[in-house]
Design a protein around this ligand. Structure first.
Ligand SMILES: Cc1ncc(COP(=O)(O)OP(=O)(O)O)c(N)n1
Ligand SMILES: Cc1nc(C(=O)O)sc1CCOP(=O)(O)O
Ligand SMILES: [Mg+2]
Length: 214
């Protein structure tokens, strides 16, 4: 399963009915990955959201769970197709996630410092499939986010790893050509799609911009 393309990261502020409309529009437009993120949700609420997202997505995109390996496993146990997880540096060990989710799962890890690359190098080969690297620009979607790298900082980081790097943090559709030119395999967005007047059109803009550069 390839991590390349547009990742829609869901906006935990949205009600479930609106969230599913945004997910459906983004996937219809060609988003490759939907990452379900709900920082305030209980494990049970987040599992219900993952199951509902998985039903809407069907086989049109990969479904990942942000942070919560337990939720990914619970949703799978309930019969939902969950393809993997996106883990941060403070989340469960990706080695444990790989062990529990299996060889075919898609596992992403957040990285934006040299120390993260050293930690990556200490993992068994094949543990992590891609890196989420940001911030590209300031964002209102993550409290206490990491420092802004800008496109140049993202590019330097991407050069120092062989794993595909997904750019995140305030990414706009007009950033895509520059990000792709410095090595982005894809981009992950919350606001640029969820807050757009027409989320499907916004997602389609990203998909077209990424596709035009392949
Ligand atoms: C694609 C992608 N990249 C990075 C992140 C950030 O993950 P994390 O550091 O765990 O921060 P939270 O999303 O948990 O606030 C991501 N979610 N997706
Ligand atoms: C969830 C998340 N993680 C980031 C990181 O850099 O680790 S930035 C981010 C939020 C991205 O949302 P938007 O597209 O609205 O800026
Ligand atoms: Mg996290």
């Amino acid at each position: 399963m390839s991590p390349a393309g547009l990742h829609l990261v869901t906006d935990g502020r949205l009600r479930l009915d609106r969230l599913l409309i945004v997910v459906d529009a983004a996937v219809r437009a060609g988003a490759a990955v939907v990452q379900v993120r709900g920082k305030e949700a209980s494990a049970r609420e987040l599992t219900e959201t993952v199951v509902a997202v998985s039903q809407v997505v069907d086989d049109r995109a990969a479904v990942l769970v942000n942070d919560r390996l337990d939720v990914a496993l619970a949703a799978r146990h309930g019969g939902a197709r969950v393809d993997g997880v996106h883990l941060g540096q403070d989340d469960l060990d990706p080695v444990v996630a790989r062990h529990l989710l299996g060889r075919d799962a898609l596992i992403g890890w957040t990285a934006h410092r040299d120390a993260h690359l050293r930690a990556l190098a200490s993992l068994p080969e094949g543990t992590v499939d891609y890196l989420g690297v940001g911030l590209v620009r300031p964002t209102t979607s993550k409290a206490d986010g990491p420092p802004v790298l800008g496109v140049g900082g993202f590019g330097s980081f991407a050069l120092s790893t062989e794993l595909p790097c997904i750019a995140i943090g305030g990414v706009r559709v007009t950033d895509v050509p520059d990000l792709a030119a410095v090595g982005a395999a894809g981009v992950a967005v919350v606001t640029a799609v969820a807050d757009a007047p027409d989320p499907g059109a916004a997602a389609g803009g990203f998909v077209d911009a990424l596709g035009a550069l392949r």
